[in-house]
Design a protein around this ligand. Structure first.
Ligand code: COA
Length: 146
């Protein structure tokens, strides 16, 4: 499993198709402040995608995270999150918004946060300012104390 790796990808039909099939947003994919990755296994097969959106100097939004259906429930989702976070600046706080997978993210180290605790740069993203339902859960990576 540790042989998974990320490769940068542009916004492509494959990325859009994978996100759409998983019910994730595709209306806000474009933008110079966001990077996308394909997650590739040891045989070179694409098993998922992820993205990261820079929000100000000290926060990022983890986004567009999907493991393709045939590859789920093998620990790849957790590994994809870990690999994607490594692409963020080390000091950045990592946030995400989710409609129905909060329990997965809680399980792997994120905690829910109230909107009034969330940086304005995160709330100003298109996801948080309009595309996500107001009921979406906003979560922050709980980093171990250093
Ligand atoms: C959510 C998703 C990425 C999980 O990927 P996955 O490869 O199936 O998850 P993993 O196998 O890495 O699971 C890691 C751990 O989380 C748990 N888990 C997985 N999905 C879960 C869920 N929906 N709720 C609670 N726990 C979950 C697993 O049991 C596992 O626990 P363990 O380490 O104790 O065994 C995948 O289901 C997916 O792509 N869903 C559609 C897209 C989506 O919802 N993305 C999130 C957008 S914000």
């Amino acid at each position: 499993m540790r042989q998974l790796r990320l490769e940068p990808v542009p916004v492509s039909d494959n990325l859009r198709a994978a996100l759409t099939a998983a019910g994730l947003l595709v209306d806000d994919l474009d933008g110079s402040d966001r990077d996308y990755f394909v997650c590739v296994d040891a045989e070179g097969r694409a098993i998922g995608y992820s993205g990261i959106e820079a929000c100000g100097d000290d926060s990022v939004l983890l986004r567009s995270l999907v493991i393709l259906p045939a590859h789920r429930s093998r620990g790849h989702g957790r590994h994809l999150v870990e690999l994607t976070i490594e692409k963020a600046p080390p000091s950045a706080d990592v946030y995400l918004a989710t409609a129905n997978t909060a329990s997965f993210f809680e399980h792997i180290g994120f905690a829910s946060v109230e909107r009034d605790e969330v940086p304005s740069a995160i709330l100003a993203t298109r996801q948080l300012s309009g595309l996500c339902p107001a009921s979406a859960t906003i979560m922050k990576l709980s980093k171990p104390p250093t």
